[in-house]
Design a protein around this ligand. Structure first.
Ligand code: SF4
Length: 51
């Protein structure tokens, strides 16, 4: 279930629904360029889905 936009928790917006969420995800991740031209905001990305 998606959270209401008026009641988002702190940290990553996917934290309450993500199977990879951990204590790092309580803060909003910075944007990182994982491969040229592809930027993500995730502490634990599934790299095979990015390529
Ligand atoms: S693993 Fe990535 S998508 Fe999942 S809660 Fe953490 S930062 Fe968000």
């Amino acid at each position: 279930m998606t959270p209401g936009l008026l009641n988002l928790s702190e940290g990553c917006a996917f934290r309450t629904r993500c199977t990879r969420a951990d204590t790092a995800c309580v803060v909003e991740p910075e944007a990182r360029e994982m491969i040229p031209g592809r930027t993500i905001r995730c502490f634990h990305p599934e790299l095979d889905l990015i390529a």
